[in-house]
Structures are given as C-alpha cells and as structure tokens.
Design a protein around this ligand. Structure first.
Ligand code: GLA
Length: 737
C-alpha cells in the first residue's frame, strides 16, 4: 500500500521537513504564528511533549512565554500530581483522560504512544513544523501548521511515520487535537439528508462528547465534516466563533469533547475500517487537512473567511476571474427520455432566456434508459443518438453556450457491458452481500486498470466533443469498501483524486462540478480539483433558501449550484411562482433545470429578466462580502456588500405567512454608516405589496428609489412590504460619491 499520497499542502512542506531542523534547546521553546488576525502558540521543547498553548483570535503584543504562563492550570485535588498539559494528539501516554488523537499498535504492542519533540522548524515565518518521536514505539509524527495571511485560516495536519521494523496498525489519527475556548458552549452542526443538505442542528452546552461518524464513502449528506462552535450570545453578526472543516471526501469522524476539568478539544480525521491502515516499515500516513478559523464577529466572520480563503487560495486561477455562467441542466426537463430534437429545442429555449452553458445530464450513454442500466458504458448511445452528439454540441455552440456532460465514473450497473466483462472490478467485503443502492455498485478504483479504463473513456469523449464541463456525480453510499480482502476507502478516495487530477492535467480547460446525489460530496479537498458543487437535488425554492444559507457557512456563493426548478417541484410537489423560483436561484451559481416547454410566455419573460439581473450583479454576489442576517421566522435575509462598500445587494425571502400583523423590519448590514445610499427594490418586477400604502410606493423603491444614510439603513432599517409567502425581494444599494 502506498501511504505516501499526501495533500498538496504537505507536499509543499516536504522540502523543509526533510531538510535539517533547527536544534531545539532544553529550555521551553515557544513558536508563534500570527497572520490574518489569528494567533497560534506552540511550546515545543526538545524531549518534551509539544503543547498547543493557544489557537484563536490574535491577542496583540502577547508572547508565547506569556501565553504559556497564563495557561498555567491550578492543581486540583484528586487529579495527577503534575499538571497534564496535553499534546498535539493527546496520545494515551500523556495521561489526558479524554479520547486520544492517535490510536494504534504493533500486534498489541506499542499502543501507549508518548510522542516527544525531536525538532522544530519555522518556515519563512509562515508555517511551523514539529517533528516528534516515540523512540521506544518507533513512531514519528510531523505536525504542520500554517495560517493564511488574508483570512487567518489555520491549516493543520499530521503525518505518521513507522520508523520501526514491524508493521504498525493505525486505528485513528486526527489532524490535530485542537483545544478550544471554554466559552464556546454551543455546537452548530451541519446535518441533513438527501435533498435536505446543510441543515443546522444546534447542541447547547454539554459535558462529554459529541461524535459524528460518516462511513458513507463520500463526504455525506448527513454528517458534514465541519461545524461551528459559538458562545452563548454569539449571533450571525457578533461574538466569538470557531469554524472548522476537514478537507476530505471519504469517511470521517468528528468529535467535540468537553472535559469535566473545563478543557475542550476538537478532533477531525479519517474514519478507518479495521485493519485498513497498516503502515509497513518506513511507510507514512498523512491525515487530511483541518481548516479552522476564528471570528469575533459572529458566524458571518467565519463564512467570510471561508469564502475568501476559497476564492484566493483554493479556486483554480482559470475560474477565479471568469464570471460563473448560467447553466441549463437537462435532468428535471427530460430525465432519461433523451432525443436529439427535444434536446435541441430545449437548448434553443435555454439560450433565448440567457443560458450560457448547456449540461446534458444522465441518460445519454450506453444502455442508460433508466437508473438500473448502463453505468460504466461510457460511450454515446447509438440507439438514442445514431449520429453521436455532434449535432447537439454544434447547436449548443452556435447558440453561444458551453457544452457540459454528466458522468458517474466511480459506479457501475450490474446490467452493463462493463460489469458483464469485469464483474471483479467492484468494491466489496468478502462474504458480505452488497447493500442494494440505486441499482449500482462502486468500482474498485484502487485497481490501476479500472482507473485507466475510466480515464481513457472520459478523455476520448472530452476530445471528440470538445467538452467544456463535466458534472461528476456519485450516487451511492459505499458500505463495505473492500479490495483484495482489505478495507479500502482511504485508497479509493485517493484514487478518485488521482483520476480527477489526471483528467485536469490532460484537459486544462475542462471545468468539473462535484455532485453526489446533490450535495453529498462538498468539501475543500474535492474543491482543489473541481469548480462547482451541486448543492442539492431539491429545487423547491422555499427549501433551497435554507439549504443555500446553511451551505454558505463554508462555501462561497460562486460555487454553490442553484437552479430554477419547474413550477411544481418534483421533490416536494409544491407549486411556486416563477418570480420566487428565479429570485431564489440568484444568490449562487445560477442555473435552470426545468422543461421550458411547460412554462408560459409570461413566466419565460420573468425567467429571462431574472437571469439578466443575475448577470448584471454576479460580480457583486460572487466577490462581495457575504452576510447572512438575523431573519424572523419564515424569512431569509442575506446580502453581499462590495469590499469598498460602494454597492450592496440584499435578498429578503418570505417563506411563510406572518404570525405578526406586519413583517419585521429589515436591518441592512455591512454598509458604511457615513455614506448615503440610493435604495431601490429591483425584484420582483412589479410591486409585490398586497396592501397599500407601503414603502414601495411611498419611497418609489421600484422607480428612482430613495437616498438614505448607511447608518439609518442599518440602525432603523426599512419595513418590507406585506406580501404573500413565496416572494423574494431584492434590494440594491449604491453609495453616493
Ligand atoms: C443525481 C444528481 C442529479 C442527477 C441524477 C442523474 O441524483 O444529484 O442532479 O444528475 O443523479 O441520475
């Protein structure tokens, strides 16, 4: 097993790790990193356990020594006679009573690890490397920390070296045991299910452990590898918060432990199956990277840091400055019922309302006429497209759109040529029946020949049709991913990354969307090699408002796919007006996914106007500072403010009828209190108010608008008009020079 597959971050550190380390001294040795408003202080003295003294918002002027002194813990009766200060992994040998960050053994030996600092290194003042070893157990660890200068995002990870002669079994290794501030009493977790992703579930003050485990073989719908810790009074806009995320697309475990002695630790790492990770002599295991960031300005500070970190550091330079195109996706328009004439007709209507990219979804290949057949047979179906996709692609291009194609590379249907030829190419645990799931099985990508097959098939199609975009789907949980008798989810996940990387290298212009039955594979590791997330299969605008609000805590709007669905939502059966459907798709990477032939002329005109509005303002939506504002029950208020505060765009969605006589006032945020703004309501196109007078006509909001100071818009706010539910209002604000 090659355990040397490492994330880019670790690779970039490799040079310095393998170089000579500074000699550590015998007196306490403190290392500090300060950047982007965050501070990290580590005590790493030779021969001692490394201690993470502080990680959090910067405290100006303080030194590592002072922090170490302030971190002194009083001796408590009935506890060990010496202070237990913990370690970067709180291993069993440290005596810390809570769960260890690393567990493993060598055939039942070497299980009580006690990792001591061997050397440290500060690289360019930007990252800290700590090398530890347990010389008796013959295990070494390398801990790397880096803080992003513009956002304060801390990136940390650990690699484990087997420096002994016999194999070492790793059962668990967190990226880090991250201590957190005692005042962070609330845990906001992100959970849900298919078509209900990114739902916030809050756990109030607790003692003990919250453990969330994902063994679905993908990032998952129900256990997002991340969350937010907040104080009792933290809001969207104020208070201390810690946001964290494990950049990993396979199985994971997240645990938040609050000990009775007041300490709290966070651990995230890969969830390993029994025996899955056996390090042979000389091998290394690299954990995924933990991203963590602190905000003194509530949860919006967390979201803004993640968005900026993505835009500046993770986003591919190719897409960073390219306006995110409007999609037309064929799935809910035709499902598996493909035929060239219909698709061409849809392409024409899509272009006429403003689509810029046409994505042909599931159903175009092999014998794929329903979801039980054809996966794996990656060639254009001759039955459906006797002349290939050429005519369709040509029309799409002539209409000025890019062409995208759906794939689900990691999967195979038993009813396929691929499976009939290679029934041994699937993952599975010996003697355990595979759990049925959408009639498909997971291919074993740890086998080189499988990856080669997929690479060649996809690459051929990309070349033949000049495909601009791939929607890369993955539609089943992989319950017992065995290969050659061993647990293989780690290797499978790395192989998926490898395949994507190979394709991107071969086709540098290709953009890729990460989809997994909607938002089941949304994480920062997949985003190092993909450009968009399909946030959810749920195109019900009312529910989508909440899903997008949840997802935006971690992901910027520019990558959150958000489509205008059909009048009667296919998942909830709810009927929604076009103006609301359109309005709800604008705060994201906008698209459409409906049969345009079913829409009235009037609704098509509304759709076209909404798309034009998105195009006009997408720079602001995608590059401004995102704000999710306190929203009264049954409403959703979010906004984007330009970095220079010259312009702002807010969306107020009313999802239910009011309990009160009138809706709560809207308090805008993020504006310059000293500037005057022209306030206008630019959506819907007609006055949505169901009674009069209202501020819409009194202040001519849909006409010239009104001049108001930033201070008044924030502190006094405006009364939104009384409207029916399923209404979405956009307010536009432009500052006077
Ligand atoms: C998944 C995706 C959908 C669609 C179908 C096709 O469910 O999330 O958007 O692509 O697969 O089978």
């Amino acid at each position: 097993m090659n355990m040397r597959d490492e994330p880019d971050f670790e690779e970039s550190c490799e040079e310095s790790l393998s170089g000579p380390f500074e000699d550590s001294e015998s007196k306490p040795h403190h290392l500090e990193l300060r950047a982007g408003g965050a501070l990290l202080a580590i005590e790493a003295s030779a021969g001692m356990r490394p201690v993470l003294i502080y990680a959090g918002p910067d405290i100006s002027g303080i030194t590592g020594e002072e922090l170490a002194l302030l971190a002194t813990r009083q001796h408590a009766p009935g506890t060990p006679s010496i202070p237990l200060r913990g370690s970067l992994l709180n291993e069993i040998g440290t005596g810390i009573s809570g769960p260890s960050g690393i567990t493993g053994h060598r055939e039942g030996q070497d299980w009580a690890l006690d990792l001591r600092v061997v050397s440290t290194k500060m690289v360019n003042g930007k990252s800290i490397h700590v090398r530890c070893e347990d010389k008796k157990a013959r295990i070494g660890t390398n801990h790397v920390f880096e803080i992003d200068a513009s956002t304060g995002m801390l990136r940390s990870s650990t690699s484990v070296d087997n420096i002994g002669d016999a194999p070492f079994q790793i059962d668990w290794c967190a990226a880090l045991c991250l201590p957190f501030d005692q005042r962070l009493e609330r845990f906001l977790s992100f959970t849900g299910r298919w078509a209900q992703e990114f739902q916030i579930e809050e756990v109030a003050l607790f003692n003990g452990s919250i453990v969330r485990e994902n063994k679905s073989g993908r990032t998952s719908h129900d256990v997002f590898p991340g969350g937010i810790l907040a104080c009792r009074d933290t809001t969207e806009q104020s208070g201390l918060a810690l946001g964290f995320h494990l950049a990993w697309s396979g199985n994971h475990k997240l645990r938040v432990d609050r000990h009775s002695d007041g300490r709290g630790f966070l651990q995230l790492g890969e969830l390993l199956f029994p025996g899955e990770l056996r390090l042979e002599a000389g091998e290394r295991y690299q954990t995924p990277q933990l991203l963590s960031v602190w905000s003194q300005n509530g949860t919006n500070g967390i979201a803004q840091a993640f968005h900026r970190f993505f835009n500046d550091t993770v986003a591919d330079p190719r897409t960073r400055n390219k306006p995110r195109p409007v999609h037309f996706n064929t799935w809910e328009a035709v499902y598996f019922d493909h035929d060239e004439d219909t698709l061409i007709e849809l392409a024409k209507s899509a272009a006429s309302v403003g689509a810029e990219r046409f994505v042909l979804d599931d159903g175009w290949f092999g014998g794929r006429r329903n979801d039980a057949t054809g996966l794996g047979d990656w060639w254009v179906s001759e039955d459906v497209f006797p002349n290939g996709l050429h005519q369709l692609v040509k029309t799409v291009r002539e209409l000025g759109m890019e062409f995208g194609l759906w794939f689900e590379p990691e999967m195979v249907n038993p009813d396929s040529d691929l499976y009939r030829t290679h029934p041994d190419w699937v993952l599975g645990a010996d003697s355990v029946e595979i759990v049925p799931f959408r009639g498909q099985l997971t291919l074993d990508l740890t086998k080189k020949e499988v990856v080669t097959y997929l690479f060649e098939k996809i690459s051929k199609l990309v070349n033949e049709y000049g495909i601009d975009y791939i929607k890369w789907d993955m539609n089943r949980d992989t319950h017992h991913p065995g290969s050659e008798g061993k647990g293989a989810m780690h290797r499978q996940t790395m192989a998926v990354y490898g395949l994507l990387d190979r394709l991107r290298e071969k086709h540098p212009a290709l953009e890729i969307e990460s989809c997994s039955s909607g938002g089941g594979r949304a994480d920062y590791r997949i985003l190092e090699r993909t450009d968009r997330i399909w946030t959810s299969d749920n195109n019900d605008a009312r529910e989508r408002q909440i899903i997008q609000r949840g997802a935006a805590h971690f992901f910027p709007l520019r990558i959150l796919g958000s489509h205008v669905g059909p009048r009667r939502c296919h998942i909830t059966g709810r009927e929604l007006p076009m103006a609301f459907r359109v309005g709800s798709a604008v705060f994201g990477s906008m698209g459409m996914e409906l049969d345009l032939r079913d829409e009235s002329e009037e609704d098509l005109a509304i759709l076209k106007a909404g798309i034009a509005l998105y195009k006009k303002h997408r720079h602001l939506i995608h590059e401004g500072s995102y704000l999710a504002l306190p929203s009264a029950k049954g409403t959703n208020l979010v906004g984007c403010v330009a970095r220079d505060k010259q312009e702002a765009f807010f969306s107020y969605a009313k999802l239910e009828t009011d309990l009160a006589t009138l809706p709560q006032r809207i308090h805008f945020a993020g504006l310059d209190p000293a500037k005057d703004y022209q306030l206008r309501m630019i959506w819907p196109e007609t006055n949505p108010s169901i009674s009069s007078p209202s501020i819409v006509d009194q202040a001519d909001l849909q006409g010239k608008g009104v001049r108001i100071s930033g201070a008044a818009l924030v502190d006094f706010g405006v009364q939104p008009p009384l409207t029916f539910p399923d209404t979405c209002l956009f307010y536009h604000l432009r500052a006077f020079e």
